[in-house]
Design a binder for this molecule. Sequence first.
Ligand code: GAR
Length: 201
Amino acid sequence: MSRARIAVLVSGGGTNLQALIDAEKKGIIKSGKIELVISNKEGAYALERAQKADIETAVVSKKQLGSQSAFEAGIIKLLDEKKIDIIVLAGFMVILSEEFTKRYPERIINVHPSLIPSFCGEGFYGLRVHEAALSYGVKVTGATVHFVNEIPDGGRIIMQKAVSIREDDTPETLQKRVMRLAEWKILPASVEKVCAGLISK
Ligand code: GAR
């Protein structure tokens, strides 16, 4: 294998996807190539970002397919067709079943906007994570990139980066700073690390 084939799963704005696209262009990600972007939401801005970068896109909607198993079967079909090696969850707001995660052991990577094991697991996603960190009163938060297993946010940690909380932070200002200082750096770095490990096997 010369480069690992990457699929990125998204639900929203896709700034982490953008960080991956930019890192590939800059050669920070050199052991893998983004071959496919799948969104569970039609109209997600992340899809436009992928199209602008000439990456194939697809929408797989759980609402339209009616069940989690049909939704996951739709994703698996696309991953098989494109012979995907590594799946990156970049702001993907759906919890995947054990059946799905067991199919790809240490092949699914997620970015989470806190220092796991704080503020993670079911119900902790997006802005809610930062709201929880601020209301708890922690002085340091950050981001974590980890492998995905059957426990939500429970897989082996690949990288973490800490970010200080400011007195005047709101969930929105904190979210932006955690993205800029942590997520957009450690996600591409982790993807390169995992892809490099895979192609050297
Ligand atoms: C990011 O902060 C990501 O860490 C978080 O959602 C945001 C998506 O932003 N993911 C989770 O909370 C997953 N549990 P993006 O669409 O701009 O990358």
